[in-house]
Design a protein around this ligand. Structure first.
Ligand code: GTP
Length: 388
């Protein structure tokens, strides 16, 4: 049984602060470390260079709980070091034989891809019993953001993967400029709340406890986390009738292949009828096997045949967090809802992968699919399955 299923409330939340070079991550952190919410936060700062600058810029009364990771990037060259740091940290920072910190904040380098860092948290057997992902916070510079998104693919991915997006330096732009950036961010990631920040000043409550588990209510807050309704209207939505009511992102935005964010699509698929768990798993396996790199994030609540309780899933590219079975449905809405953020996969293509495999069969329940797909054993990269 996964650590999440055994009680995520006792796991230490981890927030990942990402954002392009100079977008204001350190400034933000510098403000946040003074807030009570971060009194006992372990701060991990990653910098490319061999000399740490950011650590010196982070002002806190005691630097006991600041770890610098320099000389490489957490998402690639020193990813192993991050695992080791997180594994050792509860003991390294223990007081009276108990873990002293109650939260972890990781500041990535400006060029980091957050996905491999999320993978580290989602798959490492030593980390799963200790930590839970709280959220990805992405900073976007209001003044330079447009140009950065045009030219830097990493910046687009950081925004697409985020749970919260902060537009920084709004003091440097006109209202019109700010609004243009906001519109663009909303198109990339409709569900993530967008918050304006000047000089890093923000209430920690806006940034922490944004994940599936809500310490405030001491429950899994799926509605808030999934925010499926955010995808309605602005993007192609749903396929529960199996046809094409929606129009794709490309239909209502001028298409310029040089704009990285035109490659990103946010889609919510809903299913009225309970899904066959095996068929669903096979579909996701096929999708992630062939398109894994471009399925940036999947979140969902599943109504599975033979299963009274809802199952919550969360995937980043080809890797899935262990599914979480909830005690009860969060509302009267018992439909399966799946939210996808994809790159170079349109909503139509997404639906096609589903339609292809269900042709002539029960389209809603995906029945009959089982005999048409490879055995799960072949799909080594899709870890921690077993939806039921
Ligand atoms: N005017 C203005 N300047 C800001 C704001 N936020 C940050 N800055 C400035 O922008 C510059 C870059 O901010 P940092 O916080 O160092 O950015 P960063 O994302 O940590 O940068 P890297 O470590 O290079 O990735 C600094 O000179 C900050 O003082 C803001 O809201 N308004």
């Amino acid at each position: 049984m996964s650590a999440l299923l055994t009680g995520s409330q006792s796991l230490i939340p981890v927030s990942i602060f990402t954002g392009f070079l100079g977008s204001g991550k350190t400034t933000l952190l510098n403000h946040l470390v003074r807030s009570p919410a971060m009194n006992r936060a372990l701060v991990i700062i990653n910098e490319f260079g061999s000399v740490s600058l950011d650590h010196d810029l982070i002002a806190r009364s005691s630097d006991d709980l600041v770890v610098e990771m320099i000389g490489g990037c957490l998402c690639c060259t020193i990813r192993g070091d991050l695992m080791k740091t997180l594994r050792d940290a509860p003991w390294r920072f223990a007081r009276d034989d108990t873990c002293w910190f109650d939260r972890v904040v990781i500041e990535t380098t400006g060029l980091a891809d957050p996905a491999p860092i999320l993978h580290t948290l989602m798959t490492d057997d030593h980390l799963l019993p200790l930590y839970r992902l709280d959220g990805v916070i992405a900073t976007v510079d209001a003044a330079a953001g447009m140009a950065t998104l045009d030219t830097q693919e990493e910046a687009v991915k950081q925004v697409a993967l985020a749970d919260r997006i902060l537009i920084t330096k709004t003091d440097l732009v006109t209202e019109q400029g700010r609004s243009a950036v906001e519109t663009r961010l909303k198109a990339l990631n409709p569900a993530a709340p967008i918050i304006q920040v000047v000089n890093g000043i923000i209430d920690a409550a806006n940034l922490f406890d944004v994940g599936l588990y809500n310490p405030g209510t001491k429950s899994m807050d799926v509605q808030r986390w999934l925010a499926a309704e955010a995808y309605e209207g602005s993007h192609d939505h749903g396929n529960h009738h199996g046809n094409d009511h929606g129009h794709s992102h490309e239909d209502h935005h001028h298409h310029d292949v040089n704009r990285h964010d035109d490659r990103i699509q946010a889609t919510c698929l809903t299913f009225d009828e309970p899904l066959d768990p095996q068929a669903f798993e096979n579909w996701i396996d096929i999708l992630t096997m062939f398109k894994g790199q471009d399925v940036l994030r999947i979140k969902g609540i599943l109504n599975l045949k033979g299963e009274e309780k809802p199952v919550v899933i969360h995937g980043v590219q080809h890797l899935f967090h262990p599914p979480v079975r909830l005690d009860a449905w969060p509302s009267d809405d018992r439909r399966t809802r799946l939210v996808f953020i994809t790159r170079d996969i349109s909503a139509d293509e997404l639906r096609d992968t589903l339609a292809l495999m269900t042709t002539g069969l029960d389209r809603y329940g995906l029945q009959g699919l089982i005999s048409e797909v490879p055995a799960n054993g072949l799909l080594v990269e899709t870890a921690n399955r077993n939806w039921q």
